[in-house]
Each structure stands twice: as C-alpha cells, then as structure tokens.
Design a protein around this ligand. Structure first.
Ligand SMILES: N[C@@H](CCC[C@H](N)C(=O)O)C(=O)O
Length: 308
C-alpha cells in the first residue's frame, strides 16, 4: 500500500558525497529501485548520490544475522536504485544520524552493512580532536568520525581502464565493494566522466566497478576522482579512498603487514579530505567528516513510497 502519510527524511553528506537518509526503524518501507532512483533524482526528487535506509538489523533480512552485534543496519542504495555492499562516506553519515536522533550515545558503535560489521568511533567536536581533515566550510560540523573499514583484498593481475581514447593500467581492490584504481598524470585526463569508464577484462568485475583516477600530491598524499558504479561521478567515495590508499602504498613499496609499521595517507577528493591508515594487521581505518544538512518530509503525492 502507498503511504498516506508524509515520510520523514534527512539529507547529509560526507566530503560532499551526499545522501538521502530514510529512517525506517521497523523496516516497513518497500523501496523499489525506481522509488530510490526517483528520491535521488536531482531534478524530480530530493537529490543525492545514494540513499541510506536506517533500519533495525533484526528487521532486515540481510541484517538479522548481525543483530546481536549491531542494532542498526545500513541499507545503502546507489542513485540508480541498485544495491551496493558498502559505502564508506555513507557509514559515517549513518552514524552521525544515529547520534543526532539520540539512537546511539557519542562514542563507539557497530553498524551492520552488507559487507559485514563496521566499528565506528564518533569523536567529540573537531576542536577537541585537534584534527582538521576537511577543506569544506561545513565539513567539520559534529567532529570527525573514524570507521574500521576492514581489510582490502587485492587480487593479482592488472586490469585496463578506458575513457574515450585513453587507457590506463589499474589495480583491482575490493573493500567489500569492487574498485579499479588507475594512477594518472592529471585528474583532468579522465575528462567529464559522463559515462562509466570501461574496465577490461570485464570478467574481473562481474558486478561492475567503481573506478578511481589518482594523482600524487606529495609524500603519502594523493588525490582522486571517482566514477561510482550506480551513481556516476561523485565528489568523494570513502571505500574508494581506502582502495586508493592501499594501491598507492603498494606502489610506493609500503606494506604494513610485511614492514610492521602502520601507514597513513592523506587522500583528497573533490569534496574534501580523508585520512586513511592501514595497520600492521592490514586493517584499514578511515577518518573524515559527516554532516546532516536538512530534514523534512516527503510529499506522498509527489514521491509515493510503498509501506507494509
Ligand atoms: N560512495 C560510497 C560507495 C557507494 C557504493 C558504490 N557506488 C558501489 O556500487 O559499490 C563510498 O563512500 O564508499
């Protein structure tokens, strides 16, 4: 049945990777790909790179098995309505929403995602942390959030990324979702990225790929642009930043597991800055901002949603 009542929503972003947030604690909303695409439409909907449905793990078929460890499941969707395993910027914004709504206390929490459990640390105010990892004016509202992103998987073998007439070798990296990381000489070389870059062999990415174009900015400091599977070019990608960091570290001859020394990279995106650290167990942490910018209600006449 279509909801007769206005459905509450919020909007937020992490380094300008923006999201519609739909609180749905009991999991009563039925979100078709078409409904998600409409909500994320920047002309006819609310507009965002993706959608974060906030649902109790116990009330979601993919979250149920994690309910004992994590009360909340992040049901992430890309702006075309497709489902993705993980969203790094999204999980920070998701945690910020939970804190703001009083659903968790500031401090530490665990979020269930399709890629598994992710431990999140909500730091105090930016002034208290003394760190400044954002370039944006509103980037630090509420302080930085650190997420334990798990380990990267780097399958052997190079792939080739193509945009128009240009080709680059790229590194395959999985952060729970698939990435192809290409080092380029100039970020402008990737062009406008209106269409998805092609990646060959296609068999390396049976479910599609997020493609990152990376340049060096200085020692352990890189910048990248990204074309996201299911969302197009975005201003940031958290899982992409982790994939880029690991690919850059290996290229630079650093492997914390082998060397016994953790490594941190500063990773710039169009929408700000993320700090990514790999520890001596190969575990990756991402630190960056997350901001809620607005809240309101969906008009059921314009944006109808199906509810149970
Ligand atoms: N922007 C996200 C990644 C979102 C999912 C991605 N488009 C995919 O399909 O894998 C991030 O911050 O990680």
């Amino acid at each position: 049945m279509t909801s007769a009542h206005p459905v509450p929503f919020l909007r937020g972003h992490g380094t300008e990777n923006d999201f519609v947030i739909l609180p749905d604690p009991e999991g009563t909303l039925r979100l078709s790909p078409e409904a998600v695409a409409r909500l994320c439409d920047r002309h006819a909907g609310v507009g965002a790179d993706g959608l974060l449905r906030v649902v109790r793990s116990a009330r979601h078929p993919e979250g149920r098995s994690m309910a004992a460890e994590a009360e909340w499941f992040m049901d992430y969707r890309n702006s075309d309505g497709s489902v993705a395993e993980m969203c790094g910027n999204g999980v920070r914004v998701f945690a910020r929403y939970l804190e703001r709504a009083g659903l968790v206390k500031p401090g530490e929490l665990t979020v269930a995602t399709r890629a598994g459990l992710r431990r999140v640390r909500l730091a105090g105010e930016r002034a208290a942390t003394g760190s400044d990892t954002s370039d944006g004016p509103a980037g630090g509202i509420g302080g930085e959030i650190t997420v334990a992103m798990g380990r990267a998987d780097l399958p052997a073998g190079e792939v080739t990324v193509t945009v128009g007439e240009r080709h680059w070798p790229a590194r395959r990296v999985s952060m729970g979702n698939p990435h192809a990381v290409a080092f380029v000489e100039d970020l402008a070389h990737a062009g406008r990225l209106l269409d998805a870059p092609s990646v060959a062999p296609a068999a390396a990415y049976p479910d599609g790929a997020n493609v990152e174009f990376v340049v060096d900015r200085g020692p352990r400091h890189v910048a990248f642009r990204v074309h996201e599977r299911g969302s197009g070019e975005t201003r940031s990608c958290g899982t992409g930043a982790c994939a880029v960091m690991v690919a850059a570290a290996r290229r630079d001859g650093a492997d914390p597991v082998v060397d016994g020394v953790p490594v941190t990279y500063t990773v710039d995106v169009l929408g700000g800055r993320l700090l990514i650290t790999e520890d001596t167990d190969g575990r990756i942490e991402m630190t960056g901002p997350a901001v809620i910018v607005a809240e309101g209600v969906l008009d059921p006449a314009a944006l109808p949603l199906t509810v149970d």
